[in-house]
Design a binder for this molecule. Sequence first.
Ligand code: ES4
Ligand code: ZN
Length: 319
Amino acid sequence: MPIPKAELHLHIEGTLEPELALRLAERNGVTLPYADVAGLRAAYRFDDLQSFLDLYYRLMDVLRTEQDFTDLADAYLARAREQGVRHAEIFFDPQAHTARGVAFDTVLAGLSAALDSSEERYGITTGLILCFLRDRPEEEALATLEEAKPHLDRITAVGLDSAEVGNPPSKFARAYERASELGLHLVAHAGEEGPPEYVREALDVLHVERIDHGIRSLEDPELVARLVAERIPLTVCPFSNVRLRCVDTLADHPLRRMLDAGLLATVNSDDPAYFGGYVDENLTDTAAVLGLTDDQVRTLARNSFEAAFLDDATRARYL
Ligand code: ES4
Ligand code: ZN
């Protein structure tokens, strides 16, 4: 049985498996330039974040109706249960959908329908993290936040994703200030492809409570000391880092060095349909290749609940 864990870095659009993509394409009359599952899988060639994002945004065009988003989230939750996930904080990218004519309310209602019954059906508690696309203007992020306002009871946090380099956290200072005023938790991708300075900006300018990825923090010992002292969680995604060539091979992954440094690291799957495995595969393969001890694996699982946006009573239930 997989060890019980929380998943804190998971893009719901990145759980779109080829089988479901083709089924939704047919259901919605969308033409994809791939004949079958094998043809589609063969297109999963990318060698950095941007080439991955190009495919990721193209394939999500099959997601059109409320039911599509429900089916997507439901398929993830069923798999997550098999992976030992007890709590999931799930990213979604509203702008990637509204930009192509799918309404914010359609996306949110579809995802909510699956998440609302998740605890009852799968024993998984859930939260949603609304991500701003950092390669789009801040005005668009602010408009997205406005659209989210009637639904804040359903949204746990805001995040920041998409193409990192050239789009520093400080670009979103006002959007994060507004999100904070609305009572939302704050996280951001930083230090995936971008420099340690972006991690500092996410902390100092955006006031985030967690850093998504953050692996490049290791280049800056002073920053590492600060992340340790302030117990800032890092949601690390080993398979993603290898597939997007932020790290050469799994054996070169810094996860063990991060734990040895005393960082509050967690292991997550990012975009599991694209990166070759779900969260428990990320954890067990990385642990095996890096020679992590059982104690370190237990620490990683414990960290995931510690880093989660849970109330004390629920957290106590998991720890
Ligand atoms: C993402 Cl791996 C990664 N990095 C940044 N933004 C993303 N959106 C979906 N996956
Ligand atoms: Zn991510």
